[in-house]
Design a protein around this ligand. Structure first.
Ligand code: BGC
Length: 715
């Protein structure tokens, strides 16, 4: 018998349920406030896990109580939401997705893990892997965007980054893939609402990233709050036990979402806490976060014979094994015991600037407005987001350094030391006050360029932050019109820097502004990164991981839709289209300009006829016809035009980057294993079907910009 089994043998039911419970330490940035009864529970061995406690000193103090004062001395596992950096804040996940750079995805998670571990913590509730195709949903900001293949790549990189080579390392933390699964398609984009999608969409779009996380060895998984076709994920036996544990072989910990077990009562599947706890346990949820359902409900359920002690033991073992893998039994103080070197902190800050810079998506740049000329005499920085340092962090920056993030105004001032930089807010992010608009617009007249900083407040996206009309809030549209009118008269170019946690409905702005830079929420180094791009120190290279619609009525809009039996034909009334809008988006998936100008030629695919075990080599010549060096992201899509199940118009299967100097030509190479062409057949089993598969390569998911070839599958 190993130590963990022996330990289990010595535990009382109350101690077992303690290991299956996680409660909050009433988090406060300046220090934790541990509720008195939690401390007492830790001391008497009936509370095994915490969330929302930060700071090595406090964590170690709680560990000391658990290890030295409780009967069995089992260390605590303490988790925290490290969604896009812990102290140093990286761009929000949607912005990070826009970098299309797996190296960065992994590195930012690695650095976040170091900071988290330095705070004494051993677990994070990240990465968030929910594909989102409805921009009303506030949690779009936390995830990988609209594409399942992209989500898979992010899942792998993030799990590796957080967990490092070995979970027991002092700088590794257990990652939690969340929210399992299909949380994104909540009805009406309203957070926590019902989800009702086809089995095909579930399997093709929402499960792959979780399967990839399991494959990468993720330590923990969190079921979504939501219910899928009437079955809340917190009690979804078919998905948790049969699929996750059975099909995928996941043997890590399943931790419920905040209070989610108790919410089974609201869902209408449990009459009381006893039934709720029973349902979650039967589905295989190991840890009850914040509902107190296991500690209060399971003793009664045991008494009534609704659950068995064997079912409880199974969960306890999984929790103890994770604590063991984290090295907590060997040394509960290993995390947070050594101070970080100043150089490591400085390097992290540089990484934050790099990630932020690469997350920026240049959506429009007419007449070469950007980069700004070096000899600008006077730049006018207008808008409510120009100095809003807190907003730069985006949502879920709970433990971010108190020190302000760099604002656009500060970034531009340091990047353009000889220019006069004037500033006016014009109007607030939200609200109805228009009194500052006229004066702000007047500033424009005597300037060489206007940088207009607009968008959402951080809190307008994230959890419980769905918006029915995700346009520019407050009076910002009035500010835009006033500034653009004045600038047009004075012939001053206007660059809009747009902050948001989701695509916004900004067709008119996109039409009228000279340049538009989508900034998402870039984090600690926001202003420096933006100034780097605006002044040309860096060429923008971000690509949108979500389609931007022209109007809200187009949603859900995503590039991988199916053709339908009546694809859009403007000449034919009875085809799939709107009377009042084209079907095409404002910005397609993958769109983003740079300071280069790229053209594509000579797409080659080899072999042209392939077998299941082959890897197809795809190559394309890319030329930078622009006057400046820049980096291009090259996407590889496929289309299976005739298959037993209708396939999407395009499916992402690869991307790569190529940096080219002015006038330079290079070859971008991508590899496509034939295995990647498998899809779920009529019976949901993966199949490879013989016949042609189209290969499309280019700068984004706009079919008009793609070069095409085909490969013949002989399987
Ligand atoms: C969120 C989770 C988060 C948890 C703990 C919940 O409200 O849905 O994403 O990990 O709180 O903070």
């Amino acid at each position: 018998m190993n130590t963990i089994d022996k330990l289990l043998g010595r535990m009382t039911v109350a101690e077992k349920l303690g290991q299956m419970t996680m409660t909050s330490a009433s988090y406060a940035v300046t220090g934790p406030v541990i509720a008195g009864d939690s401390t007492e529970s830790i001391r008497n061995g009936t509370l095994g896990n915490l969330l929302n406690l930060v700071g090595a000193k406090h964590v170690h103090e709680m560990q000391r109580i658990a290890v030295d004062e409780s009967r069995l001395g089992i260390p605590l596992m303490i988790g925290f939401d490290v969604i896009h950096g812990h102290r140093t804040i990286f761009p929000v996940p949607l912005g990070e997705a826009a970098t299309f750079e797996p190296r960065l995805w992994e590195l930012t998670a690695r650095e976040a893990a170091r900071e988290t571990a330095a705070d004494g913590l051993a677990m994070t509730f990240a990465p968030m892997l929910d594909v989102s195709r409805d921009l009303r949903w506030g949690r779009t900001v936390e995830g990988p965007g609209e594409d399942p293949w992209l989500a898979v790549q992010i899942a792998r990189a993030k799990v590796r980054g957080f967990q490092g080579a070995d979970l027991a390392q002092a700088d590794s933390v257990a990652a939690t893939a969340k929210h399992f699964c299909a949380y994104g398609p909540v009805m009406g984009g309203r957070d926590y609402a019902s989800v009702d999608i086809s089995e095909r969409t579930l399997r093709e779009v929402h499960l792959p990233a979780f399967a990839a996380a399991v494959d990468a060895g993720v330590a923990s998984i969190m079921p979504a709050f939501t219910e899928l076709g009437g079955i809340p994920l917190t009690m979804h036996k078919a998905l948790l036990r049969d699929y996750l544990r059975g099909e995928l072989g996941f043997d890590g910990v399943i931790v419920s979402d905040y209070n989610a077990i108790r919410e089974l009562i609201h869902h209408g599947v449990a009459g009381d806490i006893v039934e709720a706890a029973t349902l979650a346990l039967k589905a295989g949820v190991d840890i009850d976060m914040m509902a107190e359902a296991y500690r209060h409900g399971l003793p009664v359920a045991l008494e009534r014979g609704l659950v068995t002690i064997a079912e409880i033991d199974e969960c306890v073992l999984r929790v103890l094994r994770l604590k063991e893998r984290l090295g907590l039994f060997d040394d509960p103080y290993r995390r947070g015991s050594t101070a970080e070197a100043a150089e490591a902190i400085a390097a992290r800050r540089r990484l934050a600037r790099e990630a932020a810079t690469k997350s920026l998506v240049l959506a429009k740049n007419s007449g070469g407005t950007l980069p700004l000329r070096k000899d600008l005499r006077r730049v006018c920085v207008i808008g409510p987001l120009a100095t809003a340092w807190r907003e730069m962090r985006g949502p879920w920056a709970a433990a971010g350094y108190e020190e302000p993030s760099i604002t656009v105004l500060a970034g531009l001032r340091s990047a353009l030391p000889s220019a006069e930089i004037v500033h006016a807010e014009g109007t607030a992010i939200s609200g109805t006050d228009t009194s500052g608009i006229a004066a702000a617009a007047e500033l424009v007249a005597d300037s060489d360029a206007v940088v207009l900083c607009l968008g959402e407040a951080a809190e307008m996206s994230g959890e419980a932050a769905s918006r029915s009309s995700p346009e520019l809030p407050g009076e910002q549209r009035a500010l835009v019109e006033a500034v653009l009118d004045r600038a047009a008269r004075a012939k001053v170019p206007v660059v809009v820097v747009l902050f948001s946690g989701r695509p916004l409905i900004v067709s008119r702005l996109m039409e009228r502004a000279d340049a538009v830079l989508i900034a998402w929420f870039p984090g600690t180094e926001a202003g420096n990164a933006i100034a780097d791009v605006l002044t040309g120190r860096a060429s923008p290279s971000g690509r949108t991981p979500v389609t931007w619609p022209r109007a809200l009525g187009q949603i859900p809009i995503f590039y991988s839709q199916r053709n339908s039996g009546r694809p859009e034909n403007p000449q034919d009334h009875f085809t799939s289209k709107y009377l009042d809008l084209p079907n095409t988006p404002l910005l397609p998936f993958g769109f983003g300009l740079s300071y280069g100008r790229f053209s594509y030629a000579n797409l080659t695919v080899s072999p042209e006829s392939a077998r299941a075990s082959d890897t197809i080599e795809v190559a394309v010549e890319v030329t930078n016809q622009g006057a400046r060096a820049a980096e291009e992201t090259v996407f590889l899509f496929i289309r299976d035009r005739v298959a037993s199940v209708a396939r999407p118009l395009l499916e992402l299967k690869g991307f790569t980057k190529i940096s080219l100097g002015a006038g330079e030509t290079g070859t971008a190479r991508l590899r496509l294993p034939v295995e990647e062409l498998r899809f779920l057949g009529l019976d949901f089993e993966p199949v490879l079907e013989p016949g042609d598969v189209e290969i499309h390569v280019g700068p984004c998911a706009d079919p008009a910009q793609l070069l095409s070839s085909r490969v013949l599958l002989r399987v």
